[in-house]
Design a protein around this ligand. Structure first.
Ligand SMILES: NC(=O)c1ccc[n+]([C@@H]2O[C@H](COP(=O)([O-])OP(=O)(O)OC[C@H]3O[C@@H](n4cnc5c(N)ncnc54)[C@H](O)[C@@H]3O)[C@@H](O)[C@H]2O)c1
Ligand SMILES: [Zn+2]
Ligand SMILES: [Zn+2]
Length: 361
């Protein structure tokens, strides 16, 4: 029997979000219904609402979530009812060219539920990133459920489902930050601060946090930054070089997604260093660099999709490190809110007042 639950939809471009009754079908083959316990508010949800991702309105928003599996469809063996899971948007297919070459973190054909969740009148919903978790229950592909230690609180665990994983993974997986490395992070919102925390976890010797907002620099310091730079007041390239013996950082992580901050990242790294772009640019943005500098400075220029994470490998490991007290995921939760406060949370995010607002159900 399909179920009726409450969920937050973005009805049309730039219209305020609202709560609607969502019809959640029983799980079909390879699918699972999850009772959502917590779901963080991510910048990407706002992009959906603004029409910046696609025109497939109405969207069922929310995608940084944790909850308990309620029921599974035929053929599902990896998770069972009662399992505590983090939802992911990289349910790897095992068959695409990336998976077959042993690089499933790049999977080009990730799985989502086949059936659609709908409104009461039958209108099909597009779940954000194939998840749609600002809802009491949601339908996903079973591979989107990653079991983790249930000792962690859902509001903390859910954050690994998107932004925090993207930031930690940008440092550890894409940037390959290791013991003794120098790291700079440009843009210290939820994603950048997670890159700071990931760099500390990996043993970075120096972590230089750059932002234009002193409040963000304060949180970056709490996450492990050894130096902070307000780039409204100080040239960040100079400051990063100064903090690294005049050379630049081994790894520079750009977590804003703008040409000017990418350029700073490019010039703030040491020779043969690595730039990681985890911030997401908009379609009209262009970048111009002297090709001779691209060649002459060597190293690598990389992008990081979802922190190049493999949920089955990374989620349980990071939750275990959190439970050991080595990774303070709780520090990312600025506030917990109710389902009907998502619109307000978007405003606070826009004003830079929060790292993460988390809807608790
Ligand atoms: N690659 C991925 O898989 C992935 C996943 C999630 C989010 N993201 C992207 O990461 C980026 C950051 O996300 P977030 O949730 O941390 O957003 P956020 O808005 O919380 O943080 C952005 C930070 O950048 C700072 N900033 C803005 N302009 C700046 C400038 N010129 N110089 C220095 N700092 C500046 C802001 O003060 C803020 O602290 C976004 O572009 C988001 O879409 C990427
Ligand atoms: Zn694949
Ligand atoms: Zn997200």
């Amino acid at each position: 029997m399909a179920q009726e639950v409450r969920g937050v939809i973005a009805p049309a471009k730039d219209e305020p979000v609202r709560i609607e009754t969502i019809v959640v079908p029983d799980p079909g083959p390879g699918e699972a219904v999850v009772r959502v316990q917590a779901c963080g508010v991510c910048h990407t949800d706002l992009h959906y609402k603004q029409g910046g991702i696609s025109d497939d309105f109405p969207f069922l928003l929310g995608h940084e979530a944790a909850g308990v599996v309620e029921s599974v469809g035929a053929g599902v063996t990896d998770v069972a009812p009662g399992d505590f899971v983090i939802l992911n948007w990289r349910a790897v297919c095992g068959k695409c060219r990336a998976c077959l070459r042993g690089r499933p973190w790049y999977c080009f054909d990730t799985h989502n539920a086949e059936q659609k969740m709908t409104l009461l009148d039958g209108t099909e919903l597009s779940p954000a990133l194939g998840i749609g978790a600002f809802a009491e229950k949601t339908l996903v592909a079973a591979g989107q459920c990653t079991k983790v230690d249930p000792a962690v609180s859902p509001q903390v665990a859910g954050l690994l489902g998107c932004g925090v994983m993207a930031g930690i993974g940008a440092a550890i997986n894409t940037g390959g930050v290791g013991r003794g490395d120098t790291v700079a992070v440009i843009g210290c919102g939820g994603v950048g601060d997670a890159a700071v925390a990931g760099s500390r976890l990996a043993g970075a010797a120096k972590i230089i946090a750059v932002d234009i907002d002193d409040r963000k620099l304060e949180t970056a310091r709490a996450m492990g930054a050894t130096h902070t730079v307000n780039s409204r007041e100080t040239d960040p390239v100079e400051a990063i070089r100064e903090a690294t013996g005049g050379f630049g950082a081994d790894v520079v992580i750009e977590a804003v997604g703008r040409p000017e901050t990418y350029r700073q990242a490019f010039y703030a790294r040491d020779l043969a260093g690595t730039v990681v772009l985890v911030g997401v640019p908009t379609p009209e943005m262009k970048l111009e660099l002297p090709l001779l500098d691209v060649f002459g400075r060597g190293g690598s220029l990389k992008s990081s999709w979802y922190g190049d994470c493999l949920p089955s490998r990374d989620f349980p490991m990071l939750i275990d490190l959190h439970l050991q007290g080595r990774l303070d995921l709780a520090a990312f939760v600025t506030e917990t809110i109710a389902l009907d406060e998502v619109e307000k949370a978007f405003e606070r995010m826009h004003a830079g007042d929060v790292l993460r607002s988390v809807v608790v159900l």
